[in-house]
Design a protein around this ligand. Structure first.
Ligand code: FES
Length: 156
């Protein structure tokens, strides 16, 4: 029986779902294909924020109807990394990684807040953990808004 140890980069949640911790994640060669699929589903080698290295991207706010009003939240992914934008004022926004700080699942938007489908962590619209599975706050990104072009730029 071939033993394969998954080191770093994978999603601990997926390793946990496979029945053990990431460090102890042992599989036969036949099961390793399943492990690879599980890890890929959780973002593979991405870091806890979902993005490795600096980034900056812009979105047209008009493409996201939920951002038309203050308090609105929309998922504005970039390069496969799940990111949420929150309209906090007429010309102000916040942005957060939707990679759950608990075990790396993709956090969902729940009306005016966030909820992780894996273990139930809940986060306020400002990214602060507010209930469910205890964990840290969502990772926040910088934002800038150009009212003349209605363009929101998100950076880390
Ligand atoms: S991965 Fe466990 S609460 Fe999100």
């Amino acid at each position: 029986m071939e033993r394969i140890e998954i080191q770093g980069g994978g999603c601990a949640h997926c390793a946990e779902k496979a029945g053990t911790s990431r460090r102890e994640f042992i599989a036969t060669s036949a099961a390793s294909a399943v492990a690879a699929l599980l890890l890929a589903a959780c973002g593979g080698a991405q870091g806890p924020s979902g993005i490795t290295g600096p980034f900056s991207f812009s979105v047209l706010v008009s493409n996201y109807p939920a951002l038309a009003n203050v308090g609105g939240i929309a998922q504005v992914d970039s390069g496969g990394a799940p990111i949420a934008a929150v309209r906090t004022g007429a010309s102000t926004f916040a942005a957060f990684s939707l990679i759950c700080p608990h075990f790396g699942c993709t956090v969902g938007i729940n009306r005016s807040a966030f909820q992780c489908p894996c273990h139930g962590a809940q986060f306020a619209s400002n990214g602060t953990w507010i209930g469910g599975q205890r964990t840290s706050n969502l990772a926040a990104y910088g934002t800038s808004y150009d009212a003349t072009t209605n363009e929101l730029t998100i950076t880390n």
